[in-house]
Design a protein around this ligand. Structure first.
Ligand SMILES: Cc1cc2nc3c(=O)[nH]c(=O)nc-3n(C[C@H](O)[C@H](O)[C@H](O)COP(=O)(O)OP(=O)(O)OC[C@H]3O[C@@H](n4cnc5c(N)ncnc54)[C@H](O)[C@@H]3O)c2cc1C
Length: 505
């Protein structure tokens, strides 16, 4: 366990050979190029449907009151740069997708990790990402919690799946990566909203150290997961370069040069082979792991679909963009296996990938800044218990009331906390190798399988014991039924032979 001492530098990034300090150094080098790139016309616009119905539940009753929940989308086509005009669209592989049988035609290609909006959807709008920054919107309470709960409980491999201890390390590597990916996305969103948090005193958006520490900073594992996401996305970009995909993209030369320059800078800073950064080849190693890969892909698609259930438009915009970015990174990492492989890369996927990397870069920079602020003056309430009801999240009652008014049932803490054991435990590569290989298709580690069997055994014993408990009552009820039948015969009012009796035990 790593007790939090206000310093993240030496903490390892799980399943990689790097530590957070090294990521910070890489980020310093590539940040200027990345910022330049996301400010270009090509990368600063994103096309999406913000009003697609939630596919999982009827959830339109949700709302987000604050003005920054909304998105300023573009209705006037003349405002959209040439590069995004319809005649330019479709050049980036849009027409070459292989369709899944039974799936919505435009929505999915068999290799896709995300459910993209249809290309011909009439409700697609363009959004200028620079004009609609990801920051505090006041979205919270039960509404956002229900989304996060669905993400973790139903569409993620849980650390407590088959394990009483509930440690993420108990999962096999593929499932670990999935959990960390989702948790890292959550950490990154929380970092942005606390880095640009509304200060009620002056109406400005500014870093709020206390909120950051409560949501992310005290949980070393959340910090690790966010940095792992940085590594995954960077590795996917490096792979695009290595396999000559960038070179062949239908982009203008300056964009290609910008993208290549950024990636080369990232690769150069690793100063080792890029498997040192992250070695995706150890995942889904053998053919038997196809089921596991399909399960991984299906679950991630569901996470992308859940973004349509987010009530706050601004949060939905960035949620959709980032899940698409991660889905694209996964596709590149897991499906591009040798230089001759082709990959379908849509324009929205490329834009999402680069912007997701920029979001992570911004998070890494913000965490570095929060670390400095913490060293100058740590928040007064140190190391709060995350499950504590008395957690003093807001500085005064006015602040509490103001934020409460944003959403129904605003709760800042929830029962959905990772168990103590996983909060600040670093996972080194050696450790993972020892315990985690998904053995076969549908895969469970030996430990998971053992726990599953154990629980089945306990259930069976419970069933047998319960039968003994209910046996006297059952016999008594049968006796009553039989006597009643005999009585009916005796008094000559015998029921029809086929009559059935309902016996409520
Ligand atoms: C897709 C999406 C996008 C959002 N975007 C924005 C936005 O742009 N601006 C904005 O102001 N709000 C946004 N929100 C809301 C925001 O994420 C929080 O839900 C809200 O601020 C309330 O926070 P909370 O402290 O109650 O805990 P939440 O962040 O809602 O977390 C719920 C529970 O999940 C667990 N948890 C928290 N972080 C992690 C982690 N990293 N890993 C594992 N478990 C974790 C904890 O047990 C926590 O109690 C978004 C929500 C969603 C679902």
């Amino acid at each position: 366990q790593i007790p939090f001492d206000g310093n993240y530098t030496e903490i390892t990034v799980p399943d990689t050979e790097v530590n957070i300090g090294q990521i910070v150094d890489i980020n310093h080098e590539i940040k200027p190029k990345l910022v330049e790139l996301v400010n270009t016309d090509f990368f600063k616009y994103y096309k999406l449907n913000l009003w697609k119905p939630c596919p999982f539940w009827n959830g339109d009753e949700g709302f987000c009151k604050y003005k920054d929940c909304s998105v300023d989308f573009i209705t006037d086509w003349s405002q959209v740069p040439d590069i995004w005009q319809p005649d330019q669209l479709g050049k980036l592989g849009d027409n070459t997708v292989h369709k899944d049988k039974g799936q919505d035609e435009n929505e999915l290609s068999s290799n896709d990790y995300c459910a993209l909006d249809k290309d011909d959807d009439e409700d697609l709008v363009y959004v200028n990402l620079i004009d609609n920054p990801e920051r505090f919107t006041g979205y919270g309470g039960q509404q956002s919690e229900s989304i996060w709960t669905a993400v973790y409980d139903e569409n993620c491999f849980q650390p407590n799946e088959g394990s009483q201890l509930g440690q993420v390390e108990d999962l096999c590597l593929e499932k670990q990566i999935f959990y960390r990916l989702v948790s890292g996305l959550h950490s990154s969103i929380s970092t942005h909203l606390t880095n640009e948090y509304l200060n009620l005193k002056n109406g400005e958006y500014e870093p709020n150290l206390k909120q950051f520490m409560i949501k992310v900073g005290y949980f070393t594992e959340r910090i690790q997961n966010l940095h792992l996401n940085y590594v995954l996305v960077l590795k996917s970009l490096i792979k695009l370069q290595e396999y000559n995909v960038i070179e062949n993209l239908p982009l203008d030369d300056s964009l290609k040069a910008g993208l290549s320059g950024l990636i080369s800078q990232g690769a150069q800073n690793i100063n080792q082979t890029d498997d040192y950064l992250f070695n995706e080849k150890v995942l889904f190693q053998n053919d038997q792991n196809d089921d596991l890969k399909n399960e991984f892909r299906d679950k991630f698609r569901n996470v992308t679909r859940l973004m349509d259930c987010v009530h706050c438009e601004r949060c939905k915009l960035w949620g959709k963009l980032q899940t698409t970015g991660y889905g694209t990174a996964l596709k590149i990492l897991f499906d591009l296996k040798n230089p001759n492989d082709s990959i379908n890369l849509k324009r929205v996927e490329l834009v999402a990938l680069v912007n997701t990397f920029h979001r992570l870069s911004k998070s890494v920079e913000s965490i570095e800044n929060f670390e400095k602020l913490y060293k100058i003056q740590p928040p007064t309430q140190d190391h709060p218990s995350p499950s504590s009801e008395s957690l003093d999240v807001f500085d005064n009652e006015d602040e509490q009331n103001f934020f409460d008014s944003f959403s129904v049932d605003q709760t800042v803490t929830s029962s959905k906390e990772p168990p103590e054991e996983i909060k600040s435990k670093p996972v080194g590569k050696a450790e993972y190798k020892k315990t985690n290989s998904c053995p076969s298709s549908g895969s469970k580690s030996i430990k998971e399988a053992f726990h599953e069997e154990l629980y089945a055994f306990i259930d069976a014993i419970g069933f047998i014991l319960n039968s003994y408990r209910t046996l006297p009552k059952l016999l008594y009820t049968l006796f009553l039924v039989k006597s009643s039948e005999l009585w009916d015969i005796f008094i000559g009012t015998q029921r029809h032979r086929d009559s059935t009796y309902r016996v409520d035990l």
